[in-house]
Design a protein around this ligand. Structure first.
Ligand SMILES: O=C(CO)COP(=O)(O)O
Length: 214
């Protein structure tokens, strides 16, 4: 199971979370990555934790002021990137462009989508993984795996119908090891979570709980 901690724009200490995630990953042998703000990528990567960007733009080098260039993200130490997060939605053509840009820069890709139909569409773009995150459950207390298990099962099926090589993750409301285990039972091979760690009083304890059943 892969655990990706998306720090969004939460006012947490990215280095505290990154250091804890690195240590918990080492101790548990569970793959854990941290996805900070773009400006924090290098500092986070320097802790040694696997580091992901929250977004890259479709553009290449050139006159693209304000863009997040995949090559710069890679240079800063990121190993992968989210694309089309529910809070950073893109047109299909731009999702395709961002996946291609990420590949060009050697970044692993996870394309997010709201529902199984969208999962099928973005799986067709050939990312390494897709993640289903129902927007209404994001940031809440109810885990997608218990509040809407069918959306996870259906997303796994939708992706497999298009491309069996694309991994399927899920996210929204996940905060405990039991939630992670339940997501795995539904066929997800990774989870995305944010508030359960970024807003925790003790991010290290939250991470230890997440990996406990794995
Ligand atoms: O959007 C998410 C991860 O990318 C999920 O957020 P929460 O874990 O806060 O529900």
């Amino acid at each position: 199971m892969f655990i990706l901690v998306n720090l969004k724009a939460y006012p947490c200490d990215p280095i505290e979370v990154a250091t804890a995630a690195r240590d918990v990953a080492e101790d548990s042998d569970v793959r854990i990555a941290v996805s900070p703000q773009a400006a924090d990528l290098r500092r986070v990567a320097d802790t040694g934790v696997e580091t992901w960007a929250q977004h890259v733009d479709p553009n290449d080098y050139g006159s693209h002021t304000g863009s997040t260039l995949a090559e710069s993200v890679s240079e800063a130490g990121a190993a992968g990137t989210l694309v089309n997060h529910s809070e950073k939605r893109m047109k299909l053509a731009d999702i395709d462009g961002s996946v291609r840009a990420a590949e060009r820069a050697g970044l692993e890709t996870c394309v997010c989508a709201n529902n199984p139909a969208q999962i099928g569409a973005v799986a067709a773009l050939g990312p390494d993984s897709v993640a289903v995150e129902p927007p209404e459950l994001i940031g809440g207390d109810d885990s997608v795996a218990s509040a809407d298990p069918d959306i996870v099962r259906d997303a796994v099926e939708a992706a497999a119908n298009v491309d069996e090589d694309v991994e399927v993750f899920c996210g929204a409301g996940i905060s405990t090891g039991d939630d992670v285990a339940a997501a795995g039972d539904l066929g997800a091979t990774g989870i995305l979570l944010a508030s359960g760690v970024a807003k925790a009083d003790d991010p290290r304890a939250a991470l230890e709980d997440l990996v406990e059943p794995l």
